[in-house]
Design a protein around this ligand. Structure first.
Ligand SMILES: *Cc1c(COP(=O)(O)O)cnc(C)c1O
Length: 390
């Protein structure tokens, strides 16, 4: 037995390294031209007008919620089956957060559950201001239906596409914002491409773009047309609202721009490995990832669900034995509403049964660009041994 196989890992090649070195030798480590080049690369890839690069997807979600006007007395709805950042961004703005249970096949926010909840919320006069669908594992949510509900009920749609750069929905890139107001990507090293830490907000709406740019840098503008009164001179800037320092560095953007050139190669390798898992695992007592025909996943994660009535072990035993065998399995996600912090806000176990059922059965198995077929077979063999041994 050799070497631990992680569940995910970045790939950095010589081109990436050279791109970063070039910025280190240049005049601009931050707020230079490479940021714009990276933003343009993301926008062009997605087929969207504007991209705003920031220090993380968490920062991106925060300023996107603020740009949407989310504040005290408002409500943000998201999926419980996500990383805590997708919900925390609502709380940062002083809004309340609620969840919509997941679809049992895609594990994404269920559009049926969303519609039901909207009908009830309208009756009670408590409609959400922002709905934040999360494209789990890189599979898009059913955005055309969410967009039509947004027109009917008047909420802003903010996609958490942290897993989904390089994915498609109805044949077009996720992040084109055809069915949403804004979308957010993450470039943490386990995601599809990386900048070390980093995120981007994309949008087609100019007023949102202007606001996002300001919120990224302290709420400051240097554009005389946006100022109150006359500019005092070339040095002058005005703070128009309360913003942050959420800037990405040019060092990070250089890595990002280089990684963007490799994105299609990353995704096609992941897709091939996922198809290979589909074949190699089909005879085991597992539910394999189901793909809606409108979607083409970027395969950030490969999630299996254990058919526990056909396995003589618990979920926890299977998980721990895989780790002992050197397989870096993980679990995406612990339902957010069951976190102690969210329990202090009034949520409890039992609130979102589909997400909780999923949590009892799900395991993310290793999937990343550099995963060799040999190591993939090691994962499959370990799973087979562990599940079938009594
Ligand atoms: C990774 C992730 C985030 C946060 O991304 P950071 O760039 O680490 O801030 C948010 N939402 C989801 C679904 C994620 O997977």
């Amino acid at each position: 037995m050799n070497g631990f196989i992680p569940y995910g890992r970045q790939n950095i090649n010589q081109q990436d390294i050279d791109a970063v070195l070039a910025v280190l030798r240049s005049d601009w480590l931050t707020q230079g031209p490479t940021i714009e080049r990276f933003e343009r690369a993301v926008a062009e890839y997605c087929g969207v007008k504007y991209a705003v690069a920031v220090s993380s997807a968490t920062a991106a979600l925060h300023i996107a919620c603020l740009a949407a006007g989310l504040g005290a007395g408002d409500m943000l709805w998201t999926s419980p089956n996500t990383f805590v950042a997708s919900a925390n961004c609502g709380l940062y703005c002083g809004a309340d957060v609620d969840f919509v249970d997941i679809d049992p096949h895609t594990y994404n926010l269920s559009v049926e559950a969303l519609e039901q909840k909207l009908i009830e919320a309208e009756r009670e006069g408590k409609l959400p201001k922002v709905v934040l669908p999360v494209h789990l594992a890189g599979q898009s949510c059913l955005m055309d239906r969410i967009a039509s509900l947004s027109r009917k009920y008047g909420f802003t749609v903010l996609e958490d596409a942290s897993h989904a750069i390089g994915a498609k929905y109805q044949g077009s890139p996720v992040g084109n914002c055809q069915f949403s107001d804004m979308a957010v990507f993450s470039f943490h090293p386990v995601k599809i491409i990386t900048t070390g830490e980093g995120g981007v907000v994309v949008t087609n709406r100019e007023y949102l773009y202007e606001k996002l740019i300001r919120l990224r840098t302290h709420g400051i503008t240097r554009n005389p047309k946006l100022m109150q009164g006359e500019s005092h001179g070339l040095w002058y800037y005005q703070q128009l609202e309360l913003g942050f320092n959420y800037r990405m560095t040019d060092i990070q953007a250089a890595l990002g721009a280089s990684q963007m050139q490799r994105l299609d190669e990353f995704v096609s390798r992941r897709r091939l490995l996922a198809a290979r898992y589909d074949r190699l695992l089909q005879d085991l007592p597992l539910t394999l990832p189901w793909q809606h025909p409108d979607t083409e996943s970027s395969w950030h994660l490969y999630v299996i669900r254990l058919k526990l009535d056909k396995i003589a072990k618990t979920h926890r035993q299977v998980f721990e034995e895989l780790r002992q065998a050197g397989i870096g399995v993980n679990l995406h996600y612990i339902p957010v509403h069951t976190q102690p912090y969210y329990q202090t806000l009034g949520f409890k176990w039992g609130d979102f049964p589909e997400a909780e059922q999923y949590y009892q059965e799900a395991i993310s198995i290793p999937l990343y660009y550099d995963l060799t077929e040999e190591n993939q077979e090691r994962v499959v063999a370990a799973l087979r041994d562990i599940i079938q041994a009594i």
